[in-house]
Design a protein around this ligand. Structure first.
Ligand code: KG4
Ligand code: ZN
Length: 332
């Protein structure tokens, strides 16, 4: 099974080639144009995807040493994501599949984040729990099989990645702020400032309350000392990051107990956070869990994970027709 995979759901144009489940190339072109706007501008994202998609696909094929005519199928992200951005990848995948007369495999981006764990060793064994944390989603997923997943908890409002990015914006850091907070937090005191954790019942999350609490806290402190943010940047980052991780892990512990599970994985852009990686690792040691942490290159959006998800479907003959259209919102 020689598969080309395409990802274009947000601000990364990516293409990957997978041969019999083995990833041969994973080219990612990150759109830098959004930095100056403080967030992803959907229309600009679509235009950037259009510019990047052909060179990115060509590079992926070249690096894998595979020609178009050797491809058996094309996998692509159908959703969820920005509709205009998804349209570029979907239309490209459909046209190429049509011209090569090969089948298409539609992939759910959030399932692909989870399945990124099957690209390299060590791989989890089904069933396991996955905490998927990205710019648009925060989900506790009960993973029964490659296409059998159940969301047992999710955010009721903002995603945790948004909480990172919005906090970063408040203290003058550019988009995407998550990695910058992570870096600054390393030099700060995580217990210096206290933020409310909120009390959401069950396994769901909420991050809008903490976002407002951070805003009011900063306004109050700046009133007392106009240089507060500059003088306390590292401590603010460390304390915010600490609280966000605390919120995430509290529900992870609860879900692991409820499911009587001993395998936990993290996925999505925020799983690149060094604080989250370390604290989950420590918690796993204490609780005697098997902890699966993805390589950095598979945390944020990439077509390698789309290829992995596509591979699982393709070997089961789960193809889709040329009438498929992208979905901004897509259920499991
Ligand atoms: O999965 P992803 O690349 O795109 C979506 O599907 O949303 O996730 C992007 C999110 C952004 O909010 C970004 O700030 C966050 O992941 N992120 C991080 C880190 N690296 C990326 N957040 C915290 N710490 C990081 N090191
Ligand atoms: Zn993503």
């Amino acid at each position: 099974m020689i598969l080309l995979a395409i990802e274009s759901s947000c601000d990364e144009t990516s293409a990957a080639v997978m041969v019999n489940g083995e990833l041969k190339s994973n080219i990612i072109s990150t759109q830098l144009i959004h930095t100056q706007w403080g967030g992803v501008v959907p229309e600009l994202a679509s235009r950037e995807h259009q510019k990047a998609i052909i060179p990115v696909v060509e590079e992926a094929l070249q690096k894998a040493n595979i020609s178009k005519n050797q491809l058996n199928a094309i996998a692509f992200t159908r959703g969820p994501g920005l509709l205009g951005a998804l349209l570029v990848g979907t239309s490209f995948a459909k046209s190429l599949a049509l011209s090569l007369n090969i089948p298409l495999v539609e992939v759910n981006h959030m399932q692909a984040h989870v399945l990124a764990h099957f690209i390299d060793e060590p791989k989890p064994i089904f069933p396991f729990l996955c905490l998927t944390v990205s710019g648009g989603h925060t989900q506790l997923v009960w993973v029964k099989g490659p296409t059998e997943m159940e969301i047992i908890g999710e955010t009721l409002d903002d995603a945790v990645g948004e909480a990172f990015d919005k906090t970063a914006k408040l203290i003058g850091l550019h988009y995407p702020g998550g990695p910058l907070i992570d870096k600054l937090a390393k030099e700060g005191d995580p217990l210096k400032f206290k933020f409310p954790m909120g009390e959401i019942p069950g396994l769901n999350y909420s991050f809008s309350g903490i976002k407002t609490a951070i805003l009011y806290f900063l306004q109050k402190e700046i009133q007392k000392n106009p240089n507060f943010v500059e003088e306390s940047k590292a401590d603010i980052c460390a304390s915010v990051q600490y609280t966000l991780i605390e919120i995430l892990l509290k529900k992870v512990k609860r879900a692991m107990r409820e499911k009587n599970c001993t395998q936990i994985a993290i996925a999505g852009g925020v799983s690149a956070n060094s604080g989250l990686r370390k604290r989950l690792q420590d918690l796993g040691e204490k609780e005697k869990w098997n902890v699966f942490i993805p390589a950095f290159s598979y945390c944020t959006d990439n077509a390698g994970m789309i290829a992995m998800a596509g591979h699982f479907k393709a070997i089961q003959g789960e193809f889709c027709g040329q009438d498929v259209s992208p979905l901004a919102r897509m259920e499991f």
